[in-house]
Design a protein around this ligand. Structure first.
Ligand SMILES: [Zn+2]
Length: 167
């Protein structure tokens, strides 16, 4: 369903829509950021031509990306659901010549949908990977709270309090 490469003449005025899934672990720039080598991205991509004959790629990428929370160091899934619209250009210089509202995608060779999906996922990921605020605690705190709960003094305090209560 999802071609490995989009040929230059595969871009037509009435675009074909392709969709399929791609393994996140097969994306070489994304893979080192993953907490686990698992999960797929769903990609929908439509190669077309705009009214000026520019090669336009429109589509959508969705994934639950396994990342490591920098606060509690536990893995979590970061949800991505991004629509994109980019113009394929052969060089950075060609990209700079585009009107400012158009986002260039530099690809000197044939366009690979996997690389487009990877690029969009990387752009969508947060700079700092964290669970939502309040959803977790740093591990040091947890360990301290556990030590206190397990200490014999805490148990003793609990006994004294309960025996006082019984009187
Ligand atoms: Zn966390």
């Amino acid at each position: 369903m999802l071609p490995d490469r989009l040929a230059p003449d595969g871009f037509a005025a009435s675009p074909r829509v392709y969709e399929g899934t791609l393994a996140l672990a097969d994306m070489p720039r994304l893979a080192p950021l993953l907490a686990a080598a698992e999960g797929d991205a769903w990609l929908q991509i439509a190669p077309g031509l705009d009214e000026h004959g520019r090669r336009l790629l429109e589509g959508r990428v969705e994934a639950a990306v396994p990342l490591t929370c920098q606060r509690c160091l536990e893995p979590y899934y970061y949800p991505v659901a991004e629509a994109f619209s980019v113009v394929v250009v052969a060089s950075e210089a060609e990209g700079e010549g585009l009107p400012p509202e158009l986002e260039p995608y530099v690809s000197a060779r044939t366009v690979r949908p996997r690389e487009v999906a990877e690029e969009e996922l990387l752009l969508a990921l947060p700079a700092v990977t964290l669970h939502p605020a309040g959803a977790c605690e740093p591990p040091a705190h947890d360990a301290e709270a556990q030590r206190e709960a397990l200490s014999p003094f805490a148990v003793l305090r609990g006994r004294v309090r309960s025996s006082e209560g019984a009187d």
